[in-house]
Design a protein around this ligand. Structure first.
Ligand SMILES: *Cc1c(COP(=O)(O)O)cnc(C)c1O
Length: 373
């Protein structure tokens, strides 16, 4: 291979498949899986992820926008593809050509889509999004019947699904989730044609893992497929394995005296004679500057603390207590090395964010390599 970056995201597709199987086992045979692969598969690469999941029988995928669904189809991914943010008028032709299902929540777009389908004499399946308490996208419960009536009036449209979303399925208190599911159940009951119930789906990873009573026909895991838990409350129900690792290598090792200022601003000054290792990675690669003086990395199977400010492309770590470190040594920024592991959750703690953001950040900024499968 010609020039590749020293910073690499390693994606373990076997781990991904294992997580999917574990989630399906936890959920049971009563509900199917719609694998959420938006944001380039949470930074893991939408197409390799969807292909690996297709291989083990996943038949439904969720993306945010139409262009993602087109890319999936062009890559040969079959089955249902649900587009969470719906379709714009200029994308209607693609919706039909690629046979994908937009989520609907706005009357104007729904009518435009209906006229388009009738004019083209085709049938477009839509998923109606209900805001049962998320407070975000979706039709309020009181408006659902009007939307359902519109969908049934439009000759070219059919209700391919009725869906909603939970805001607090990962929190310690599940009362809100139960209450929301009750509201949703009423909507489903009123909207359903007897004998012709559309696939109903509401559960994200947290609800799929923790709340068997809200699985309906299909669950929509995202984060858990990639091996992270939405919250500590979700940990005990299913065994997940991280899919993404982030690796780099040492490019310089040097010994410095006590009192040596490290990196911009000298926010760290050595307290003892120290051995520093320099890494070719920085905030340009997603290692955000706010982890400065907080992060750790793994080298030679041990944890090395990061020192001073993280720069755009360079980071300094302390290897004084790790014998034998030399340039070219593998460094794990996230993932496992020897007995130690640095998780997306730990990094999210240093950054003041959540694992979701860490995966998107690292995965979508760096070169990826695939292993397993
Ligand atoms: C992103 C998303 C999901 C997946 O949520 P996770 O918490 O990652 O499992 C499910 N449903 C919708 C509508 C989403 O936007």
């Amino acid at each position: 291979m010609s020039s590749v970056s020293r910073n690499q995201i390693e994606v373990d597709l076997s781990a991904l498949q294992g997580n999917c199987r574990a989630i399906q086992k936890r959920v049971g045979s009563g509900a199917g899986i719609l694998a959420v692969v938006k944001s380039d598969g949470y930074g893991h690469g939408m197409i390799p992820v969807a292909r690996a999941l297709s291989k083990i029988g996943v038949r439904s995928f969720g993306v945010a926008e139409v262009h993602e669904s087109v890319a999936l189809r062009d890559a040969g991914v079959e089955g249902d593809i649900v587009v969470f943010l719906g379709a714009r008028e200029e994308e209607f032709a693609e919706i039909v050509q690629y046979g994908v299902q937009p989520v609907v929540f706005e009357e104007k777009e729904l009518r435009l889509l209906g006229s388009y389908a009738e004019k083209k004499e085709c049938a477009i399946g839509v998923h109606l999004k209900v805001d049962s308490g998320m407070g975000r996208l979706g039709v309020l419960p009181g408006d659902v019947n009007r939307f359902v009536a519109t969908i049934r009036q439009e000759k070219g449209l059919y209700l391919a699904g009725l869906m909603s979303h939970f805001p607090c399925a990962d929190s310690a208190d599940l009362d809100l989730t139960r209450e929301q599911n009750r509201v949703f159940a009423e909507v489903v009951k009123k909207a359903a044609d007897p004998g012709h119930l559309s696939p109903v789906h509401i559960a994200n990873s947290a609800a799929a893992i923790r709340s068997p009573d809200v699985h309906w026909d299909m669950v929509r895991p995202g984060l858990s497929l990639y091996g992270c838990y939405p919250s500590d409350e979700c940990r005990n129900f299913v065994d997940l394995k991280p899919v993404m690792s982030f690796k780099t290598e040492v490019i310089q090792v040097k010994d410095v005296p006590a009192g040596f200022g490290v990196s911009y601003g000298h926010t760290f000054v050595t307290k003892r004679p120290s051995r520093l290792a320099l890494l070719p990675v920085g905030y340009n690669d997603g290692l955000l500057r706010n982890v400065s003086n907080k992060a750790h990395v793994l080298v030679r199977g041990k944890r090395a603390p990061q020192l001073g400010r993280v720069c755009m492309n360079v980071t300094v770590v302390d290897v004084t207590d790790i014998p034998g470190v030399e340039s070219g040594d593998e460094v794990v920024l996230m993932g496992r090395q020897g007995e130690h592991q640095i998780t997306a959750d730990e990094i999210a703690g240093w950054m003041g964010t959540i694992s979701y953001e860490v995966l998107c950040l690292f995965g979508n900024l760096n070169q990826r390599v695939y292993v397993g499968n």
